[in-house]
Ligand binder design. Structure first.
Ligand code: NFE
Length: 481
């Protein structure tokens, strides 16, 4: 059988250096390989430094999810010290993380995923709005970023690379007038979402509880003409609900904790048919059989992994390691969060359409709406007269771990310190899970499996492959930290 290999290098993406290689037989992908092609060495350069340096250095891993790295590095130090932040700091951190997520989801949709629907081989009036720079929706989304960035500015001082999140809390206390200002800006941004993104009140969207609710919604009023309406109708017509499926295990830490430790969403590691399993970072191991690092037997827990680069290994093909949860590949991200949380709309779409590119995108858009409402609730919980920060002792020796929900999914930082210095620092990012290469048993990662079966009727224009890869919203800067 004739095999044709297509290599996308670099694959078009928002950040990072990604190569995707697929073997095509009889018009379908039969094998896929995802490679991170750039070594960055963040873990290596943290060794021997003051643990607090991690708060300055790790947000530089990426311009899109730096706050997630801030929160994870501060959290790992707090875990080592066994300390807590004041309640206000949990709320403020959650607001910042949620805004970063909203920004990232919108950038993904309007700058990366939707533009593919506006160009050949497609030619559809409804999606021309997504044309880069020329499309009306594209420009609207760019303009609206300013308002939500304004809210982030009030909490973080600046973004990216803020130092507002520290082990002891947040360093930018807000007074009542700043909270009022934040509410006003959030309201302006929500107005953009109402008019352009969903074409209805957010509460009306959030009341959708099943796939048939979405069918009915699409048939009513201005909904079909909204960006989500145009996207959903077009995607179903073009079969995006048949692309990008794999025998998924979904993993989520629940994210956005309160001072009590309770998370905003239910954590879990369930399978696509809904069988629940608990979430536990102790079940994470990293494999390097196919990655350019010194080889190890089987998987290694991040507290024990060091990952010395070995660029000459001929049997390896990625700078990303292969993380496995309880021995199996796992998908992280909005879909994983919504499924573990039992979100009725997303679970309904998953039951009808499977873990497909369409459902991944819908989960991302739906999560954006859920978090916007939640940011409003948190703004009411900030208590300006209460502290945002509490001094913490210096880090001497010990180990700590923190897991947060970044835009693309579960992000973990593992810190081991000795004599006031970092002995070992390991990071596993969401794209590390989703774009993992093969593991010690040669089992492919989630994207590598999701690409198998993708139709490629025209080798010169393999647009379905682009939809599948982008539905995971890859960021390779993060992954090859
Ligand atoms: Ni570079 Fe990131 C997110 C992290 S990568 S964007 O979200 O952590 O998966």
């Amino acid at each position: 059988m004739a095999t044709k290999t297509i290599v996308f290098s670099p694959f078009a993406r928002l950040e990072g250096d990604l190569q995707v290689k697929v073997d095509v037989e009889e018009g379908r992908v039969v094998r896929a390989y995802a490679s991170g092609t750039l070594y960055r060495g963040f873990e290596a350069l943290l060794r021997g430094r003051d643990p607090l340096d991690a708060i300055v250095i790790t947000p530089r891993v990426c311009g899109q999810c730096g706050l997630a790295h801030s929160a994870a590095s501060a959290g790992a130090i707090r875990s080592l010290l066994g300390t807590q932040m004041p309640p206000n700091a949990y709320v403020a951190t959650n607001v910042m993380l949620a805004i970063e997520l909203v920004l990232s989801h919108l950038a993904h949709f309007y700058l990366s995923f939707a533009p593919d629907l506006a160009e050949p081989p497609y030619d559809d009036e409804a999606t021309r709005r997504f044309l880069p720079l020329r499309g009306s929706s594209f420009l609207g989304a760019l303009r609206a970023r300013e308002e939500i960035l304004g809210v982030l500015g009030l909490f973080a001082g600046k973004w990216p690379n803020t130092l507002a999140i520290q082990p002891g809390g947040t360093t930018r206390p807000l007074d009542a007038s700043e909270i009022r200002r934040a509410r006003g800006l959030l309201g302006e941004f929500t107005e953009f979402v109402r008019q352009q993104v969903i074409g209805c009140e957010p509460d009306e969207w959030l009341a959708l509880r099943s796939a048939s609710d979405l069918d009915a919604w699409l048939g009513e009023g201005a909904h079909a003409a909204s960006d989500v309406g145009a996207f959903a109708t077009f995607s179903l017509k073009q079969g995006l609900d048949r692309l990008g499926k794999w025998p998924a295990r979904f993993m989520s830490s629940g994210g956005w904790p309160r001072a009590t430790g309770e998370t905003l969403m239910k954590p879990g590691a369930c399978e696509a048919d809904g069988d629940a399993a608990e979430f536990c970072p102790g079940k994470m191991l990293e494999h390097v059989k196919h990655s350019w690092y010194d080889p190890s037997e089987g998987g290694v827990h991040p507290f024990d992994g060091e990952g010395e680069p070995a660029p000459d290994r001929a049997d390896a093909y990625s700078w990303a390691k292969a993380p496995r949860y309880a021995g199996a590949p796992a998908e992280a991200g909005p879909l994983a969060r919504m499924v573990n949380d039992g979100d009725p709309l997303v679970v309904g779409l998953l039951r009808r359409h499977g873990p497909s590119a369409f459902v991944r995108e819908m989960a991302r858009l739906h999560e954006t709406l859920r978090l916007l409402r939640q940011i409003g609730i948190w703004l009411n919980e900030v208590a300006p007269e209460e502290p945002f920060y509490r001094e913490t002792p210096r880090v001497e020796s010990g180990s700590g771990v923190a897991v947060v929900e970044a835009p693309r999914g579960t992000l973990g930082h593992w810190l081991r310190a000795e004599g006031g210095k970092i002995r070992n620092y390991q990071i596993i990012t969401p794209t590390g899970w989703n774009l993992s290469p093969r593991d010690s048993e040669d089992r492919p990662g989630p994207l590598e499996m999701a690409l198998v079966g993708t139709p490629v009727p025209d080798l010169a224009r393999p647009v379905a492959i682009s939809h599948v890869v982008k539905s995971f919203d890859p960021c390779l800067f993060c992954t090859v930290h």
